[in-house]
Design a protein around this ligand. Structure first.
Ligand code: PMP
Length: 431
């Protein structure tokens, strides 16, 4: 099956490796594009099951980063020489590609350092100025700290109330409680994750956003775990803001994206002042450039944006529907196989309601010990509270172990996880 590639808009350097990507969705073929997956860990082939923390990078992305520095490196926007023009084309081209990837307009894409900075920008730049003392911000109990702590900070500063939507027994949002909270508190902001980084729960954001907007709320979505793994179209979702990070979707660290509806970005205050974000500067006052540049003071992550274009090319050649279908199949398999292990508890809903993340505990074994024994077997998982302490408190555990999947994982990785868990139980739980 031939997978159509899309030309990258405006990038001066074609992504190396473009067109050499897999001819069909075959993780074994995909893995060959990822240099790090060829290495061994403790003498074993690497089974990388920590993509929810950060994804690995294909050669095309690594090459695009190096190629930018080799060929086009210059600062953006202010130069008239060839390299400055190429750098600007690479940076603004990445914005255009990101917009197309999400079904947004170019001027609705703000580049940040990551999802965390994007969410902080909305909280401090939009909510703090638009809400009044006594207004309510509604979050959920499954939020990552980066979609919770900034709201706590601005709530304390502005005199706002913070409420959290509770969860059902199987780790989904309690829809009745959500409706009730909307009616009782009329929140001005509803901030929620599209997909939980612990439970794997995929929230029905389009429906929730419609309900929230009808109740008068602005909807802020943490897409850090969804945009890398699911087809996401901002018009279909109907949200006001969407935040995510490039590094979780084959791209480099140090680059994030805030999508903001045009009218919302026009209402938002910049957090950082400096070069590139102004229209006119006098000694005592300044006026701002239009969005999105208003929110991008200083030298932006130019090389990272150029490399992100290569990441988007790679994902689009695979097709996000195919990416999501692959992970659905894999998580279903993992769910079944993990349940074979005595004393293992899986947190979160059945596979049909979740993406490629499975968190679990094994009776009598601390998740950190589990992760360490698995590392010895070449299986990389994560253990801890995964920046979701309120959720873990609700689950009644201090930590969980988490396996997460991406395009380069297959059933063999799951089999190795299961075999390593049996080994760890024998070693640590004495059974
Ligand atoms: N939200 C969720 C759901 C996440 O999983 C993460 C990353 N662990 C973030 C936000 C923050 O992303 P970053 O650290 O790249 O800013």
């Amino acid at each position: 099956m031939a997978i159509p590639g899309r030309p990258s808009a405006g990038a001066p350097v074609p992504a190396p490796g473009a067109g050499t990507s897999p001819a069909s969705f075959d993780p074994a073929v995909i893995r060959r594009d990822f240099p790090i997956l060829q290495r061994q860990v403790h003498g074993r082939p690497l089974a990388y099951l920590d993509s929810a923390a950060t994804s690995q990078k294909p050669g095309a992305v690594i090459d695009a980063l190096a190629e930018f520095y080799r060929q086009s490196n210059a600062n953006v926007h202010r130069g008239i020489h060839t390299l400055a023009e190429e750098a600007t084309a690479a940076y603004e081209g990445a914005r255009a590609r990101t917009a197309a990837f999400l079904g947004a307009r170019e001027d609705e894409i703000v580049f940040t350092r990551g999802a965390t900075e994007a969410l902080n920008l909305v909280a401090w730049g939009w909510a703090l100025h638009r809400l009044r003392p006594g207004d309510t911000i509604l979050v959920t109990l499954m939020e990552h700290h980066s979609n919770l702590v900034p709201w706590q900070q601005v709530a304390a500063r502005g005199g706002f109330h913070l409420r959290a939507v509770p969860l059902t027994g199987d780790g989904r949002l309690d829809r009745d409680a959500f409706t009730r909270l909307l009616e009782e508190h009329r929140p001005k902001v509803v901030a929620l994750a599209h997909m939980s980084n612990v439970l794997g729960t995929i929230n029905p954001v389009a429906e929730l956003a419609r309900q929230a907007r009808q109740a008068g709320a602005v909807v802020v979505v943490d897409g850090a775990q969804s945009v890398p793994h699911l087809p996401v179209d901002v018009a279909e979702l109907g949200v006001d803001f969407l935040a995510f990070s490039a590094h979780k979707m084959l791209g480099p660290t140090g680059l994030g994206v805030l999508y903001g509806r045009r009218e919302r970005l026009a209402e938002m205050e910049p957090l950082l002042g400096g070069g590139g974000m102004i229209r006119q500067v006098e000694v005592e006052r300044s006026t701002w450039a239009d969005p999105p540049h208003r929110f991008e003071a200083g030298t932006p992550p130019i090389a990272e944006a150029a490399a992100f274009t290569a990441a988007l090319d790679y994902l689009e050649r695979l097709g996000m529907e195919a990416v999501a279908a692959h992970e659905r199949e894999l998580v279903r398999y993992a769910w079944e196989r993990l349940r074979e292990i005595p004393g293992l508890t899986i947190y979160g809903p059945a596979p049909e309601h979740r993406g490629g993340v499975i968190s679990f505990t094994v009776e009598g074994v601390h998740p950190h010990d589990l992760a360490q024994v698995l590392d010895g077997e070449g299986v990389a998982i994560r253990a801890g509270h995964h920046c979701t302490q309120p959720l873990h408190r609700h689950l009644g555990v201090v930590a969980t172990a988490r396996a997460s999947f991406y395009i380069y994982n297959d059933r063999d990785d799951v089999d190795r996880l299961v075999a390593a868990l049996h080994h760890a139980r024998r070693l640590l739980a004495g059974s």
